[in-house]
Design a protein around this ligand. Structure first.
Ligand code: FES
Length: 98
């Protein structure tokens, strides 16, 4: 686990992109729960930092595939799974296992 950002860096219902070990990761804050997903859609590689977050899922801005924030699965397109990363909070620190 590595510290990647502060919770206060990620606004509620907002996102922040961080680079860790050569990977771009999108942090998402949903009412204080932080999720971490790869900043690359598994469909055709679109960046996910412009994605819409709603009802526990994140929707790719390009073709609208919706991925679970918890495990990256896509109900409509099960062949596509967004990479997700385990997250821990320690005080105001966000730690991600990459
Ligand atoms: S590139 Fe993300 S849904 Fe097509």
């Amino acid at each position: 686990m590595v510290v990647v950002a502060k919770i206060s860096d990620v606004p509620n219902f907002g996102k922040k992109v961080v680079s860790v070990s050569g990977k771009e990761i999108v942090l998402v804050n949903v009412k204080g729960t932080i999720y971490a997903v790869e900043n690359e859609c598994p469909h055709q590689g679109s960046p996910m930092n412009a994605a819409v977050v709603k009802d526990g899922s994140i929707s790719c801005p390009r073709h609208g595939y919706r991925f679970s924030l918890t495990d990256g699965t896509c109900a409509e397109h099960p062949e596509c799974t967004l990479v997700t990363f385990p997250v821990q909070l320690n005080g105001d620190d966000i730690l991600v296992d990459v």
